[in-house]
Write a protein that binds this ligand. Structure first.
Ligand SMILES: Nc1ncnc2c1ncn2[C@@H]1O[C@H](COP(=O)(O)OP(=O)(O)O)[C@@H](O)[C@H]1O
Ligand SMILES: [Mg+2]
Length: 163
């Protein structure tokens, strides 16, 4: 199932993240795609807030690949910017985190290639202009997108964004 809509301003992206963080269950994976500045880290900070963390503790993990934050569920914040499809995700510890009992939030998930896990929620962010981002949510596990609250958060004007 896919849902597409717009995030008008940082607060909207943050709110979407919070929504996901509040509802996450052990083993959930959120894959974030989109170019530099698309809003992946903003969204990840919202997720942290939703888990009850102080969003200020969450920083871009570009140099560490994986940051781990203890919360209601352990949040694994992963940034694959420096890796590519040919990287050894096993050796980098990424596969462990994707199969762990916490919540994994992965920036630059495009880089996973064949290592992409099944059943994840993928969120693709695109710059529209100014503070507007287009967001496409692809819910392979089918457990996120049946919620009417998401349609409001994504400013989907009508059912055209849902299929
Ligand atoms: N609707 C929006 N959602 C997310 N970020 C936005 C939005 N509008 C403007 N921005 C700005 O875009 C930038 C996104 O940065 P960041 O989240 O670090 O991107 P990424 O992690 O995808 O490289 C921030 O400077 C943020 O203030
Ligand atoms: Mg980032």
């Amino acid at each position: 199932m896919t849902l597409t809509g717009h995030l008008r301003g940082v607060a909207a992206t943050r709110a979407l993240g919070r929504y996901l963080g509040e509802r996450a269950r052990p083993g959930d994976v959120v894959l974030l795609e989109g170019e530099l500045g698309a809003g992946k880290t903003v969204l990840a900070k919202g997720v942290a807030e939703g888990l009850g963390l102080d969003e200020a503790v969450v920083t871009s993990p570009t140099f560490t690949i994986i940051n781990e934050y203890p919360a209601r569920l352990t949040m694994y914040h992963v940034d694959l910017y420096r890796l590519n499809e040919d990287s050894d995700f096993e050796a980098e510890g990424v596969l462990d985190v994707l199969g762990a009992d916490g919540l994994a939030v992965v920036e630059w998930a495009e880089r996973l290639g064949d290592a992409r896990p099944a059943g994840a929620l993928t969120i693709r962010l695109e710059l529209v202009d100014g503070d507007v981002r287009r967001a496409s949510l692809i819910d392979e596990g089918g457990r996120w997108l049946d919620r009417p609250g998401l349609t409001r958060l994504l400013s989907v004007e009508d059912s055209a964004g849902v299929d």
